[in-house]
Write a protein that binds this ligand. Structure first.
Ligand code: 5GP
Ligand code: ZN
Length: 110
């Protein structure tokens, strides 16, 4: 997607603080962190949001969940972390490329 900031990051056209990548996803630090550690786990495939997810994306979504704990622990979140997926305008989503926030350190309970 030409006008998608996360696709540009994935293509290497926009710099990021990369934490991890494999054939299916990238993980980089949020440019405006909402916690001491704030990572974005982003599939390389452009899917707009959870509302666009189809059955064919099952393996990808499973992969995201399976690699998540190791990425969080490697980032120093050894006592745990929070995951957030904002979906659509009603969910406060700003970047229309599916992504999972990984937050830890100094979090308020909610
Ligand atoms: P959303 O509100 O869509 O769930 O979250 C989008 C997140 O992407 C926000 O937390 C925002 O700070 C982050 N973000 C937006 N543009 C960039 C960028 O160019 N680089 C990085 N690293 N993060 C970005
Ligand atoms: Zn995209």
């Amino acid at each position: 997607m030409d006008d998608c900031i996360f696709c540009k990051i994935i293509e290497g056209d926009v710099p990021c603080d990369l934490v991890y990548q494999d054939d299916k996803l990238v993980v980089f630090r949020d440019i405006r962190p909402k916690a001491k550690t704030h990572l974005l786990l982003v599939p390389k495939l452009h899917i707009k949001s959870l509302l666009e997810v189809q059955g064919e994306h099952g393996d990808l979504l499973s992969h995201m969940m399976l690699v998540l704990p190791k990425i969080a622990i490697d980032a120093g979140l050894k006592t745990g972390f929070r995951t957030v997926i904002n979906t659509g305008p009603g969910g406060g989503q700003e970047v229309d490329h599916l992504h999972l926030h990984v937050l830890g350190g100094g979090l308020a309970k909610f």
